[in-house]
Design a protein around this ligand. Structure first.
Ligand code: ZN
Ligand code: ZN
Length: 251
């Protein structure tokens, strides 16, 4: 009885602390209660939040690259695309880059929430594929300060609930280099060698898998992982990335 009482006390005091603790915007530092939900203040959210136009006819229906008025997608034309289709939540700008660094380097997990915004528009679409599992793309161990943590944590758990499919961390990063430190050409060669399927993991019954990444730049990693998953028994791979960088990218 006594322990129950203490448990209750502990729970309610946690709530109290949360309630009275001021919430600060991870971008500008301003105090704002909405930072508790999105990690940004209302102003920063309004200025920065730009949902990716996945369903615009001006974008390629497969890889969602801007078509610049042409009927053929330069991205899909210039390489073998192994994923079935790709979806993005947010456009990656300077603020998204900084916020993701905070999240990865300083383990500011609350920032993860921002990178799951706009999920509503793609859930229905994903359900149509009847996927079997969510496969997170791991970052290299050196960027973990304590234990494995995905920048896409919030996105993963929300999709896990909404699609009712498991999160299976079957990928392992084997390269010591960071993909972002590579030039365009090197990205392709590096991506090929960068990941493998964990030793004890098997893909059975030809599933459709949803690959969850945090950044899509040239898409070299996502595309190579899609190839790897297909080679190991997946029927098809749909890519979902929290952000896509569009400025100054050579396809
Ligand atoms: Zn702010
Ligand atoms: Zn395309």
């Amino acid at each position: 009885m006594l322990s129950k009482f203490f448990l209750h006390l502990e729970r309610s005091s946690n709530k109290m602390i949360q309630f009275f603790l001021p919430q600060f915007c991870e971008n500008c530092g301003k105090e704002d209660l909405s930072a508790e939900i999105t990690s940004l203040c209302k102003t920063c959210l309004k200025v920065n939040l730009e949902l990716y136009p996945n369903f615009s006819s001006e974008f390629c229906p497969k890889c969602k690259t801007f078509l610049s008025g042409e009927s053929i997608c330069k991205y899909c034309e210039s390489r073998n695309v192994f994923f079935h289709s790709a979806y993005f939540l947010l456009r990656r700008k300077e603020m998204e880059k900084n916020l993701m660094n905070q999240l990865k380097m300083k383990q500011k997990k609350q920032c993860s929430r921002y990178f799951s915004m706009g999920i509503g528009s793609i859930v229905k679409e994903l359900k149509n594929y009847q996927p079997s599992a969510l496969i997170p793309v791991p970052s290299h161990k050196s960027s973990w300060s304590k234990r494995p943590f995905f920048a896409t944590n919030s996105l993963l758990s929300r999709l896990n609930r909404k699609l009712n499919i498991p999160i299976l961390p079957i990928l392992e990063k084997i390269s010591h280099k960071h993909q972002s430190a590579q030039g365009r050409k090197e990205r392709f060669f590096h991506a090929k060698e960068a990941f493998k399927i964990k030793k004890n993991a098997r893909i059975i019954n030809k599933p459709t898998l949803v690959l969850i990444d945090d950044v899509f730049t040239t898409g070299a990693s996502s595309n190579e992982i899609a190839r790897l998953l297909l080679e190991h028994g997946a029927e098809s791979v749909v890519v979902v990335s929290a952000t896509r960088k569009t400025e100054g990218i050579e396809l």
